[in-house]
Design a protein around this ligand. Structure first.
Ligand SMILES: C[S@@+](CC[C@H](N)C(=O)[O-])C[C@H]1O[C@@H](n2cnc3c(N)ncnc32)[C@H](O)[C@@H]1O
Length: 292
């Protein structure tokens, strides 16, 4: 533990700034903001100063530094730390069946028509959960799909679930959640979660029948994407909220290139856009259809 009085360089403190465990100057904040923008597209305004301090402090604690200046020097010399920095800075809030109207729409307009053979297209159903965080979104999609697939049917169905944050991806791949995470799961879908092997009654694990539909991968949305295929549906919800407008607009243009004609883009409740992407038609609450 470091004594606050010695750890904080007094010259770095503005008059109304709280005393902090670690010295944190304006230059430190600006430099970390720049890194987050450059490497993850995440735009952090002045109002996020405390958030940056709090989230990155845990890296300083883990590494035994007393000041952000030392951490910045370490970051500059250790490329591997960039991953931990991005993990620390990203916001990962999510839950099962979040904004459940999207899953109603997905079920009736994507899953059911595909499974009934009314809209098979290339014979494959491909869904992308872009910014999947700890996995609740792709497991929700998998449960919705699995419930519609008749048992024994052999259909080519796959959900790609990606995130930039390797910590949350690890949790997503484990697929084990505390019981209170299931409060938002409608009764019939609880069948796809089961007691964990160690007999713990505190958590449930995603069953193999839904796990097998999902592939988890690390992917940075602002970098190159390692695939050329198109998706029947892309869920990118509560991710672009952290990007600035040019980054968001460019990303939506790239999504459009990866949605099959007639396929859908689902975005977060506060992320709507108006008239800027003529290939997309608004067909429901924050639900867009790529024109055929
Ligand atoms: C708030 S969560 C949204 C989770 C889920 N989509 C939902 O709506 O519940 C935002 C996720 O976006 C991820 N993210 C942020 N910037 C990213 C980027 N450049 N590339 C990929 N994922 C990113 C974060 O790591 C985080 O897990």
């Amino acid at each position: 533990m470091h004594n606050t009085a010695t750890a904080v360089a007094l010259g770095d403190l503005a008059a109304n700034e709280p005393a902090r465990e670690f010295a944190f100057s304006d230059a430190d904040f600006r430099s970390l903001v720049q890194l987050a923008r450059e490497h993850a597209g995440i735009a952090l305004s002045e109002s996020k100063r405390n958030l940056v301090y709090t989230r990155v402090s845990r890296r300083l604690r883990a590494l035994g530094f007393t000041a952000f200046k030392e951490y910045r020097a370490y970051l500059a010399e250790n490329a591997g730390e960039l991953e931990s920095f991005i993990n620390a800075i990203s916001t990962n809030l999510t839950k099962f069946f979040r904004e459940s109207h999207h899953f109603d729409h997905f079920r009736s307009q994507v899953a059911v028509p595909f499974i009934n053979g009314q809209r098979r297209g290339d014979g494959r159903l491909r869904v992308w959960s872009a910014g999947c965080s700890t996995g609740e979104e792709p497991y929700t999609l998998a449960a919705v799909l699995r419930r519609e697939i008749p048992s024994g049917a052999r259909l080519d169905v796959r959900i790609l679930a990606t995130d930039i944050d390797t910590d949350v991806l690890g949790k997503a791949a484990r697929g084990i959640y505390p019981l209170n995470a299931f409060e938002s799961v409608p009764r019939p879908y609880l069948d796809y979660f089961e007691p964990v092997g160690d007999g713990s009654k505190e958590s449930l694990a995603a069953a193999e029948s839904i796990r097998s539909l999902i592939v988890f991968r690390r992917l940075n949305l602002i970098e190159q994407w390692p695939f050329r295929g198109k998706f029947d549906a892309i869920f990118c919800r509560n991710v672009m909220i952290y990007f600035d407008n040019p980054t968001k607009t460019a990303l939506i243009d790239r999504f459009i290139q990866h949605i099959k004609p007639g396929g859908f883009l689902y975005i977060g409740h506060s992320e709507s856009f108006h008239g800027t992407h003529s290939e997309l038609q608004l067909v429901g609450r924050t639900t867009y259809r790529r024109k055929a």
